[in-house]
Design a protein around this ligand. Structure first.
Ligand SMILES: [Zn+2]
Length: 194
């Protein structure tokens, strides 16, 4: 049994979208996967992208709790309105906390990431990742067409993807379209009879 169970509803997304996806909706209402420090710890230690960072437990202190949730708000705002100067300033402030460093060793290149405080690690990684995604192809950063509000990165081979996962929103949409088709068909039958 793993110590922590992964709370994610959508796995495999890049860290910026994974952070945004800590907020979502379903038929039970709104959810926040990092609304307490315990919940944040669970999200941090089950994050595949944070496995390489040993001090992930320390990240769930009160300072980090505030900063990580703030980083999520900044990311959501800049995604909603990337032309707003305040949003851009706040976003760029996340990037200031990390300093990638390259070093030549006997084994060749070694890359480091210096963070001025562990609390800023997630904010930095998420902002850096988001910047890479939208520079690469902003069209591939999508929000599910369903009601869940989940973000996903559409892979090149799956460029037409519109749903978070076929099990949830995709199925609901197929059911709705099926209902509308049968309704239209029934109306056609009625008008043919008349
Ligand atoms: Zn969805």
């Amino acid at each position: 049994m793993p110590l922590y169970q992964d709370p994610r509803v959508l796995s495999g997304e890049p860290i910026s979208l994974d952070l945004l996806n800590t907020r979502y909706r379903d038929r039970h209402g709104h959810h926040d996967l990092i609304d307490t420090r315990a919940a944040l710890t669970r999200w941090l230690v089950t994050s595949p992208q944070l496995k390489a960072y040993s001090d992930v437990y320390r990240l769930a202190d009160a300072f980090a709790f505030t900063h990580i949730r703030r980083a999520r708000d900044i990311l959501a705002r800049v995604h909603r309105d990337p032309h707003d100067d305040d949003n851009l300033t706040a976003f760029n402030a996340l990037l200031v906390h990390g300093h990638p460093r390259r070093e030549l060793t006997r084994a060749g290149l070694r890359e480091h990431l210096d963070i001025d405080d562990p609390a800023h690690l997630v904010g930095y990684l998420a902002a850096d990742d988001y910047l890479t995604l939208i520079t690469d192809d902003p069209e591939r950063v999508r929000v599910c067409d369903g009601d869940c509000g989940l973000f996903f990165h559409a892979a090149l081979r799956n460029g037409r993807r519109r749903w978070c996962s076929n099990d949830a929103c995709g199925n609901r949409d197929r059911a709705r379209r099926h209902y509308e088709r049968t309704k239209t068909a029934a109306l056609r039958v009625v008008s043919a009879v008349e």
